[in-house]
Design a protein. Structure first.
Length: 147
């Protein structure tokens, strides 16, 4: 089943496609999914390779989209990235995701980034995403007003 590519609020407000280069997100099972991604050249960190910040951001974005599609929304509580090999820009990539646990509002996901049709991981990510409470953003806005 192909999930529509939902974009983050920033891209949605600016009425643009995903700035990170996410092309599609496909659920491959009840707890698994794969995303097709192409790292845009604007995220080049070294010659023809992605900046590590892009790699972390795309793990965060796509894992959050998966939880969002299943639960109606998600915020990141923790994210860890292992950088294994350089990630090339402007090449077809796949991000494989697996929900490893779901307890209440908490979702744990393991993921790996690979060149399309390759078995070699370029990077691995793991993290915790939480379904936000209804007043999540209002509480944070109130906190920021007090800073």
């Amino acid at each position: 089943m192909t999930e529509p590519v939902s974009v983050c609020r920033g891209c949605r407000v600016q009425k643009r496609s995903c700035i990170f280069g996410v092309v599609s997100l496909v659920r491959t099972g009840p707890l698994t999914a794969v995303a097709h991604i192409v790292c845009p050249s604007m995220f080049e960190g070294g010659p023809n390779v992605a900046h590590g910040g892009w790699t972390a951001a795309v793990f965060d974005d796509v894992c959050g989209r998966l939880v969002g599609a299943m639960a109606g929304g998600a915020v990141t509580a923790m994210l860890s990235v292992d950088y294994i090999r350089p990630v090339p820009i402007q090449r077809d990539l796949q991000l494989f995701l697996e929900i490893t646990s779901h307890e209440g509002r908490k979702w744990t996901i393991a993921s790996s980034l690979r060149l399309m049709d390759s078995d070699a991981d370029l990077a691995r990510g793991s993290g915790l995403w939480i379904e936000p409470r209804a007043d999540h953003f209002e509480r944070h806005e109130a906190w920021l007003r007090g800073c």
